[in-house]
Every structure is written in structure tokens, then in C-alpha cells.
Design a protein around this ligand. Structure first.
Ligand code: HEC
Length: 105
């Protein structure tokens, strides 16, 4: 039994590391969005919907509209044009997850 505990801990650490690695890329890239949208995507100007907590698919589709110039807003274009498709999915997932967490509190 004693030998199993370190093995379990190592396994838990590897698992936690893997889960964390999934979240981090989006978190780093999303930092530049938080100035306007707030840390959890819940801050928004009147008439604008909050981005936090919406589905990652919906957010990614909107972000691609800005990225591919189907929707125009200079602030959004400046940030989204240099992003890769993977970056778009990562930030969409990030705001979806942190927004849901913030709403659940
Ligand atoms: C300089 C301020 C600013 C920054 C930084 C910014 N945004 Fe925005 N964002 C806006 C404004 C203003 C709008 C509304 C634009 C419009 O009407 O199309 C908007 C719209 C959006 C929308 C569409 C919301 C909807 O319901 O239609 C999403 C999604 C979004 N931003 C995500 C992001 C993400 C992700 C980032 C980081 C990559 C980001 N924004 C960075 C100002 C900003």
C-alpha cells in the first residue's frame, strides 16, 4: 500500500499537469482581451453582450467573423488578424470556461 501512494501522487500530478496545459494557452492569449472584456469576459459596454460563459463554438464562430473581416471592429481586428486558428479556439474555450465558473459562484 505504501508503495502505491507515491505512484498515485505521481499520477495525479501528471493528470493535473495535463489538464492545466489545456487551459493555459488560452489563458495567456486571452490576457490581452481582459482589458476590455474583463478577466472572466463579464465586463461589457451597454448594448454589448458579455462574452464569458457562452459556448466555445459560438465564441469561436464570432471571432472567425472578425478574423476573416466578415464583421468589422478595429480593436477586434488588431488582435485577431495575427492569431492562428488554434489561438481562436483556445481563447474561445478560455472565456467559455471562466465565464461559466464566474456565473456559478
Ligand atoms: C480594445 C478593447 C477590446 C479588446 C482588447 C477586445 N475586444 Fe472584443 N470587443 C470589443 C468591442 C468594442 C466589441 C463590439 C464590437 C462590435 O460591435 O462588433 C467586441 C466584441 C467582441 C465579441 C462579440 C460579442 C458579441 O456578442 O457579438 C467577442 C466574442 C469578443 N469581442 C471577444 C474578444 C476576444 C476573445 C478578445 C481578445 C483576443 C477581445 N475581444 C479583445 C472590444 C475589445
Amino acid at each position: 500500500m505504501k508503495r502505491l501512494i507515491p505512484a498515485f501522487l505521481a499520477g495525479a500530478l501528471i493528470w493535473a499537469g495535463a489538464a492545466r496545459a489545456d487551459i493555459l494557452p488560452g489563458e495567456t492569449k486571452a490576457f490581452q482581451c481582459t482589458a476590455c472584456h474583463g478577466p472572466t469576459g463579464m465586463r461589457h459596454a451597454p448594448g454589448q453582450a458579455a462574452i464569458g460563459g457562452r459556448s466555445a463554438e459560438e465564441l469561436a464562430a464570432i471571432l472567425r467573423d472578425y478574423r476573416h473581416l466578415r464583421r468589422i471592429n478595429p480593436a477586434m481586428q488588431v488582435l485577431l488578424l495575427p492569431m492562428s486558428e488554434q489561438d481562436v479556439d483556445d481563447v474561445a474555450e478560455y472565456f467559455s470556461l471562466v465565464g461559466q465558473t464566474a456565473a456559478a459562484r
